[in-house]
Design a protein around this ligand. Structure first.
Ligand SMILES: *Cc1c(COP(=O)(O)O)cnc(C)c1O
Length: 490
């Protein structure tokens, strides 16, 4: 296989020319509306995997990423420098440690919440923003990142962007739809390039904001005049970086490469899980994945019915996975269909016009080979938080991690006891104090549910713009234009 194929990106819809890593991550979507995928996925030889098994997180990351990024864009020294910068504020020396849940039943947790904003979004956002900044600095360019958030993406993007000279970061959120803890993670940064916008009057919460955002991004003139760019969950860089922790977790719990592992992943937009798919396709001995869904159950329904369809959103305690159109599924479908972009085009068009796409038998079979799913209710989420806390030395799961762990325990019946199951813990419990109080049936947060950074943020003045939804488009254009003008005068 041509080594360059891994470093060239084509669209899942297959109607545009290939681009390099820099273009793929700056643009987010391919110009035909598809998602970027590498022209081929590298297969790692066994002796290479053995060598990787000895590496620290950042070294391992540089091995994996250098396969997908051309040296002429980022040379190896700079890549390592960017990685070191991206993970320097993680509070755990291992960055993504694995810990056993008890000592009997071969259940483990991979902790992905030791980054600065306490969620798994920090795993890839820091590196993505550092890469953008690196490319922009080389060309003396500037961009405005624009995103809407109801959860963990906003804080991660704000933190990663703060103080970057070539980036302004605009974060919209619906007032009243995000927790005060999450809001304060965005609004208590003092750096001038971070612009939090709390929007009043969003009837449908985050969906209202997504509407405005997609209006902005589909307006080529506006996109250009405001130099808009996006770091949302379909960005290839985020998905790629999210493959690293599967390798790293595997190496932490296995003796040798003969062992096969199962991962249970709380699934929202399928970005984390696609990272796992990529790791497996590269040759990591992963037996299978459990997609742990809350009652929104989109992945579960795809696997059960062979139909990818829109459903009505239900709000749950695991709000970060209250997602009804898990966009990265298109990448999974692309590979499962044998890289058949004509199928993706036809399914995409059906999905847009009819609200669903029916998959063919072969594709569905390929998907089911290494994926299964579980649906976890809010009651089961609370019960899992409660039981793990009581049983395993006051180990406190956040609601999303609890969905993963509940899925792993449910799936145990059909997975041999010999096989280790690793559940991905995607947020620190301190982000969800109200749910902890409910789950543990207590009046006071236990110390495991506290974090100094959350407490700190509660003691700062908030630094934000606010706006009524009906004035958002115009207000935003004015504010962004003013900020850009000011920057140009410097
Ligand atoms: C984003 C997020 C998820 C879901 O990850 P996807 O890549 O969207 O599937 C799960 N848990 C938490 C806490 C998150 O922030």
């Amino acid at each position: 296989m041509n080594q360059n194929f891994f470093k060239q990106y084509i669209s899942t819809l297959g109607t545009v020319d290939e681009v390099d890593f820099e273009t793929a991550i700056k643009n987010g979507f391919a110009s035909d509306g598809g998602l970027f995928v590498p022209k081929a996925i590298p297969k790692i030889k066994k002796d290479e995997l053995e060598r990787w098994s000895e590496l620290e997180f950042v070294e391992l990351a540089s091995e994996i990423l250098s396969l997908y990024i051309d040296e002429s864009l980022i040379n190896r020294d700079d890549l390592i420098m960017l990685l070191n910068n991206s993970y320097k504020e993680f509070s755990h020396p291992k960055i993504a440690p694995v810990r056993p849940l008890g000592d009997k039943d071969n259940q483990y947790v991979l902790e992905l919440f030791h980054g600065p904003t306490l969620s798994f979004k920090d795993m890839a956002m820091g590196f993505l923003v550092n890469c953008l900044d690196y490319f922009l600095t080389k060309k003396n360019e500037h961009i405005s990142l624009l995103l809407a958030t109801t959860g963990d993406t906003g804080p991660a993007a704000a933190y990663a962007s703060k103080g970057k000279k070539n980036i302004d970061c605009w974060i919209l959120y619906p007032k009243g739809f995000i927790s005060e803890e999450q809001e304060r993670q965005i609004t208590t940064l003092e750096e001038e390039n971070i612009h939090a916008v709390g929007v009043y009057g969003c009837k449908d919460g985050g969906d209202d904001l997504d509407l405005v955002i997609s209006e902005f991004f589909s307006n080529e003139k506006l996109k250009k005049s405001l130099s808009l760019s996006s770091v949302n969950s379909i960005n290839w860089c985020r998905v790629l970086v999210q493959s690293i922790h599967y390798f790293y977790a595997y190496f932490q719990v296995t003796k040798d490469l003969e062992e096969r592992i199962v991962f249970s992943v709380p699934t929202g937009a399928f970005g984390n899980l696609f990272g796992g798919y990529l790791a497996r396709a590269m040759g990591l001995p992963i037996e299978s994945f459990i997609s742990s869904n809350n009652v929104n159950a989109v992945i579960h329904n795809i696997l059960k019915k062979g139909v990818f369809s829109k459903v009505d959103l239900q709000q749950t305690f695991s709000s970060a996975i209250d997602i009804v159109v898990p966009y990265n599924v298109w990448r999974w479908l692309y590979f499962a269909s044998g890289c058949d972009s004509s199928k993706i085009r036809s399914w995409t068009s059906n999905f847009k016009t009819k609200g669903y796409a029916k998959l063919d038998q072969q594709t569905l079979m390929n998907m089911k080979q290494h994926f299964s799913s579980e649906v976890i209710t809010d009651a089961e989420t609370l019960e899992t938080m409660n039981q793990i806390y009581a049983k395993y030395g006051n180990y406190l799961l956040d609601p999303h991690s609890a969905v993963a762990v509940a899925g792993a325990y449910k799936a145990r019946d059909r997975i041999s006891n010999e096989i280790k199951i690793i559940s991905l813990a995607t947020a620190h419990p301190a982000k969800f104090p109200k749910t902890i109080i409910k789950a543990l049936n207590t009046n006071n947060l236990p110390s495991e549910g506290l974090h100094y950074s959350i407490k700190n943020a509660s003691e700062f003045c908030q630094n934000l713009r606010t706006c009524q939804y009906e004035h958002l488009s115009n207000g935003l254009i004015r504010s962004m234009t003013k900020v850009n003008e000011k920057r140009n005068q410097l």
